[in-house]
Design a protein. Structure first.
Lengths: 893, 349
């Protein structure tokens, strides 16, 4: 990873962009050796981690020794806090913190006993310690980064990835601060010892001390100590970098020494680089070798308003006001007390706050040293800020966007890469507090993100809760069901029988009240049976039609139609049954009007059925080959079973029809229906009269049977053609349009018939109630016999037939009108669907459009025209046939 | 006791907007002096008049906008605008020309756009273009440079020409030694080339001395010197000036190499008209320029190219004002697309 070891060894220093040269003011405090301050009466040791990562190890009133831990760690992130001196715990309570906000933080107040007596420290030699031991000792000593951030050092010493370069930050670029400078001059050996420990733990290829050229004495001291160190030759070196603020920034120092940049949002460890402060090195040495916890540090006390500026060893927890008092603080009006340097330090609102591990300087400048409070002027876009920015940001753009609250745009200009070094504010000729704007914008963005996160979490919580409630409800229900079942199973057989008997009684009663004789009940059962079977079949088909294979859609349709037909047949049977009953009662009182109405209804039904069939054709995304075949097979096997029953139904229907036809003949003739349909009547209707027996009912039954047979044949044809289609498609993908057509038509016819029958039944019921007429199945033979689709024009034909004799007639007209409209619509759809042959077939409403075979779709228009014609003919035939049958019946009578 | 709370950094460089402006103004003075030497007192009178009008206008507008008048007057930005406009217009233009121009610059171009720091266009150049279009005669009536002129206007003549327009024949001061009316070198070159003269023939005219424009050359040299001082003082950054001069040099160099007879030489272009004034004092106005270093190079180069193109192929003899305004328009775009690569990022933007 490190390709520039040579450059590192040669002490090459890269350039960093931006940066400034503020007055250094280091001489104020670096002229004297590090001193010590007299013991204070109270020490405030913040224990911020208590409650989260730690618990208190001492209680109020306990006597503690210097260096005794005050907290117990609960996890790896715990950073122990130790008593800075011996004394008594007076309180553990929130006290103002050493922070710009001064917000209270949990603090341990220790009243010093003045003896300053140590706990027993356990020293160790580096050779005997494993890496884990070292890290443990560093953690136990509570060593934190002493450059300001106070990040726990033991975490840095156990990185996730290999560390190839350790940089010891001795730059101390902030003006005024000299604590590291003095520490290096006086305790270089300790720092080097710390480096040895770091080397042992991390075994980096190089350890480079980066130091600014304004600290030659410190650099010399380090070099001297380094030459006497036990570090392998060539591993460590001191590299002097030019004085420029902010070279001491972690990212900037890495860039200076390696030429590399830490990717945005990453940490240096991802480059195999780790940066430690010199003060931290010394503390690590103390911790590992002497077992001495981090309870004191060097703090620079400086500024124009302090009499004895210098560096002092300060116990952590020493109050700032005590420090200032000892150093001869001479406050002026509007005095600032700055913790840290003038560039990045923060002002304290209260000085009764403790020195903490990251505190490196207490600055009490005179007003002459600091900038005057200049009024913020307009930005003139001079871009001095951009020139000074070490992160190569465009502060003036960030300023515009931050000021206007356009935080998205500010983020777009990489606001988060701002290190808040203050260079931009420093150089701004308009005295714009740029960094302050950026801090506000950053916290606003952070808040917004947190809000987002919070709401996201709340949403997740809510959803989890919903799911849980749902689950609980389900379980409760399941339990209840189980309990019910258990109860039932626990009942004696007698009980069960009793219940069953009761149920049976109820059903029987129902049957009786429905004015249906016992025979009817039994038939009803069969009907229900058929319906159920049909439904099951349909369901099976639906299940199979999941995987789309467009070429199969027509076969599928045929099956569906069969199903529909089955249902319809079943219904028809039921209806026939009813009509049968009624017919017995009022044979003579037939009404032409009602029969016409039935016809109308049938027509409507057909139109609807057709539409429905189309829809189904579209919806049925056609199953795969095998699925389809199996469905076909199922259809085939089911078909015969239904047959004998169907025959019976048909017989009933025929009976009814015959009766009604007779009545009609005697009563009103159809004025319109006869003339246009005359031609085609004979040929097809031939079979019907031929099969009529003397006894009308019987005859009708036979006729119906014939009709059924024809329908079945048509259905079979459809089925056959389907299979041929499937076969041929496998070979040439060229179906026989003729066969297809009939198959399809048969299908349609059946569907239509089914629905029509159902409607007819309803109509018949109405009629029965109103006028006692029942001959409602007029249309059925036509539908079934011709095996033709009910044409769109059919309703139009039907309409004039409607007689305005009764109330029903009116209704019938309305119904007819609706039917016409629907039929027209269907016709239009037909036309539309067929025009765009290959274009967007899925959007079309016609089943033809679904067909993948171009041949077929090309023929589509012709087909439809043909269909309509055929349908019309069929309708005519059907009507004629019905009439003829009626006449025949009359004759026979 | 209560301590003062402020946000870091607690120290700032002792630089002020006013200081920056003052430096620019001071560095422009040598050029103004040379201009006065060659063209009489007119320029100085124009500058003083412009400054007076500018300060009054600035104060009035700030009052209307209910802002601190003192702060606005103290930042010297209005003074600088007035100075640049006063320098740019012909020395003996009637007084109302500069008054209208200055009012337009301060009230419309600067304050109607939001005041200092918010104006899209360079106020002085926008005003110059307004005047040039509105009063083409007055704005193109330049006095002949002293060494080549038959009559040079003294202080009194200058005052009377400016404040009592029509009191004397201004064309008197346009006569060269040979008795012909003189135009500016750029105008002369343009007219000459359009009449079919070669550039060498044009440069042989009495307005030129060994290929250099009499008077104009030294005026440009003075502004160049002032600009270099500004660079040294850090009042401006080098990118815009360098970009503009380099682009102008390259363009004119290419043109001159292709056809020396119909193109002015690079030296002619660099030291004629308002080239140096534009490069160091006008284009470098930070408010209306691009902000990143690379963006400024592009911005400057754009001005250079536009200046050459308009001078060589456009309808106006000089083109600094147009070029600057056009580049002003492009500055936000340049800023949007040309951003420095932020630390830790792969590329800009």
């Amino acid at each position: 990873m490190l390709t520039n070891l040579e450059q590192l060894d040669n002490g090459v220093v890269w350039r960093i962009p931006g940066g400034i040269h503020p007055p250094e003011q280091k001489h104020l405090s670096n002229q004297t050796a590090i001193g010590t301050l007299p013991l204070d009466e109270y020490y405030y040791v913040p224990v911020p981690q208590v409650g989260e990562q730690a618990s208190m190890a001492v209680a109020v009133g306990d006597h503690v020794l210097k260096g005794q831990p005050l907290t117990h760690g609960l996890n790896q992130h715990h950073l122990p806090v130790h008593a800075p001196t011996s004394g008594v715990i007076k309180a553990i309570e929130p006290r103002p913190s050493n922070h710009a906000s001064g917000l209270p933080v949990n603090t341990c107040v220790i009243q010093a006993d003045g003896k300053d007596s140590w706990v027993d420290l356990q020293s160790a030699s580096l050779e005997t310690l494993s890496n884990d031991d070292i890290v443990a000792r560093v953690q136990a000593a509570g060593v934190a980064g002493m450059g300001g951030a106070a990040f726990p050092s033991h975490i840095k010493l156990s990185p996730a990835s290999d560390i190839e370069l350790v940089i010891i930050n001795a730059v101390e670029c902030e003006p005024y601060i000299t604590s590291d400078d003095r520490l290096m001059r006086e305790h270089a050996d300790k720092i080097i010892s710390g480096m040895e420990i770091i080397h042992q733990v991390l075994t980096p290829q190089r350890i480079i001390v980066g130091i600014e050229d304004n600290k030659p004495e410190a650099a010399d001291a380090l070099r001297k100590a380094l030459s006497a160190s036990k570090l392998p030759a060539g591993v460590a070196r001191v590299t002097v970098v030019p004085t420029k603020y902010p070279s001491g920034g972690e990212k900037q120092l890495i860039q200076l020494l390696t030429g590399k940049e830490v990717p945005s949002g990453a940490i240096p460890a991802q480059l195999g680089i780790l940066v430690h402060n010199v003060g931290t090195c010394a503390a690590i040495s103390d911790a590992v070798l002497q077992g001495k916890p981090l309870i004191e540090r060097v703090v620079t006390v400086t500024g124009g308003n302090v009499a004895q500026p210098g560096n002092y060893w300060m116990p952590i927890g020493t109050r700032v006001d005590h420090v200032l008092k000892c150093c001869g603080f001479n406050p002026e009006a509007d005095q600032k007390v700055i913790i840290g340097g003038p560039m990045m330090g923060y002002t304290l609102p209260l000085i009764q706050v403790p020195v903490i591990k990251g505190t490196n300087c207490v600055l009490v400048p005179s007003s002459a040293e600091m900038s005057v409070d200049a009024k913020e002027l307009s930005c003139i876009r001079c871009t001095e800020c951009a020139q000074a920015c070490p992160a190569s940001l465009l502060p003036q753009q960030l300023y515009w966007h931050s000021k206007s609250g356009d935080y998205d745009k500010a983020s777009d200009y990489n606001l988060r890469d701002c290190i808040e070094c203050g260079c931009c504010s420093y150089v701004c000729p308009s005295d714009i507090p740029l960094v302050e704007y950026f801090r506000v914008a950053k916290s606003a963005i952070r808040n917004a993100n947190e809000e987002k996160l919070k709401s996201e979490r709340a949403k997740q919580k809510f959803e989890a809760k919903q799911a849980r409630l749902e689950e609980e409800k389900r379980q409760r229900e399941a339990k209840a069901k189980e309990a019910a079942e258990r109860r039932q199973s626990n009942m004696s057989g007698g009980d069960k029988d009793a219940i069953a008997a009761a149920l049976a009684r109820v059903q029987a009663k129902k049957a009786v009240s429905a004015a249906t004789p016992e025979a009817g009940a039994d038939r009803k059962d069969k009907v229900a049976d058929a319906v159920a079977r049909a439904k099951a079949r349909k369901a099976a088909q639906a299940a199979q039609s999941d995987s789309p294979a467009p070429e199969q859609n027509q076969a599928n349709d045929a099956q569906k139609d069969k199903v529909a037909a089955a249902i319809a047949r079943a219904k028809a049977r039921k209806a026939a049954m009813q009509s049968d009953n009624e017919a017995e009662v009022d044979t003579n009182q037939t009404s032409a009007a009602s029969s016409q109405k039935d016809k109308v209804a049938a027509a409507i039904a057909r139109a609807k059925a057709k539409k429905e069939a189309l829809k189904q054709a579209l919806q049925a995304e056609a199953p795969t080959d095998s699925d389809n075949k199996s469905a076909d097979e199922a259809a085939d096997t089911l078909e015969p079973k239904a047959d004998d029953r169907q025959a019976r139904i048909a017989a009933a229907v025929a009976r009814a029809k015959a009766k009604k036809a007779a009545a009609k003949d005697a009563g009103v003739n159809d004025p319109k229906g006869q003339i246009p349909e005359q031609n085609s009547v004979d040929s097809i209707a031939q079979s019907d009269p031929g099969e009529l027996s003397a006894e009308e009912a019987k005859k009708a039954r036979v006729a119906a049977a014939v009709a059924k047979a024809k329908a079945k044949k048509a259905a079979q044809q459809a089925g056959d053609s389907k299979s041929t289609v499937e076969d041929t498609q496998a070979e040439s993908a060229e179906p026989k349009p003729e066969v297809e057509l009939t198959a399809e038509e048969a299908k349609k016819a059946r569907v239509a018939a089914a629905i029509a029958k159902a409607k007819a039944k309803k109509a018949a019921q109405q009629a029965g109630e109103g006028q006692g007429s029942d001959a409602h199945m007029q249309k059925q033979p036509a539908d079934v016999n011709s095996a033709e689709p009910d044409s769109n024009s059919e309703p139009a034909d039907v309409k004039p037939e409607a007689e305005p004799s009764a109330e029903e007639a009116k209704k019938a007209r309305v119904a007819a009108a609706i039917a016409k409209a629907k039929a027209k619509k269907a016709a239009r759809q037909d036309g539309e669907a067929q025009r765009p042959d290959n274009a967007a077939p899925l959007n079309d409403e016609r089943s033809e459009a679904m067909s993948p075979d171009t041949d077929q779709s090309e023929q589509a228009p012709a087909q439809s025209a043909e269909e309509i014609k055929k349908a019309r003919i069929a309708a005519a035939i059907a009507k004629a046939k019905a009439k003829k049958a009626a006449k025949d019946a009359e004759d026979k009578e | 006791m209560a301590f003062k709370i402020t946000s870091s950094p607690h120290v700032t460089k002792n630089s002020q907007t006013a200081t920056v402006m003052q430096r620019v103004i001071l560095c422009a003075l040598p050029g103004l002096v040379v201009q006065c030497v060659y063209f009489g007192w007119g320029s100085l009178i124009q500058v003083l008049l412009a400054i007076a009008v500018a300060l009054v206008a600035e104060a009035a507008v700030m009052k209307l906008r209910k802002r601190a008048v003192g702060v606005a007057l103290g930042d010297y930005s209005a003074v600088l605008t007035a100075l640049l406009l006063g320098i740019a217009i012909p020395p003996l233009a009637p007084w109302w020309v500069i008054v209208i121009g200055t009012l337009f610059a301060i009230v419309v171009v600067k304050h109607l756009y939001g005041g200092l720091g918010n104006n899209l266009f360079n106020p002085a150049m926008a005003a110059y273009v307004l005047l040039l279009i509105a009063y083409p005669v007055q704005m193109t009536t330049w006095v002949a440079p002293a060494p080549a002129a038959q009559y040079s206007p003294d202080l009194l003549a200058s005052i009377s020409q400016i404040f009592l327009p029509g009191s004397g024949d201004i064309n008197l001061f346009r006569l060269g030694i040979d008795g012909t009316t003189m135009a500016t070198p750029l105008d002369t070159m343009k007219t000459g080339l359009s009449m079919g003269l070669t550039s060498t023939e044009v440069l042989a005219k009495p307005l030129f001395d060994e290929g250099l424009s009499i008077g104009w050359f030294w005026v440009n040299m003075a502004y160049l010197a002032g600009g270099l001082v500004m660079l040294k003082l850090g009042a401006i950054r080098w990118q815009i000036s360098t970009g503009m001069l380099a682009a102008l040099f390259i363009c004119s160099g290419i043109g001159f190499m292709m056809n020396p007879d119909t193109h002015g030489s690079p030296v002619f272009h660099l030291f004629s008209g308002a080239t140096m004034l534009a490069a160091f004092f006008i284009a470098t106005d930070p408010v209306t320029a691009a902000t990143s270093n690379r963006g400024r190079l592009i911005f400057g180069a754009l001005i250079g190219v536009l200046v050459y193109v308009i001078r060589q192929y456009g309808g106006y003899p000089d083109a600094v004002a147009f070029a600057v305004l056009l580049a002003n328009l492009c500055a936000p775009l340049i800023d949007y697309y040309v951003r420095p690569r932020t630390y830790g990022h792969r590329s800009g933007n």
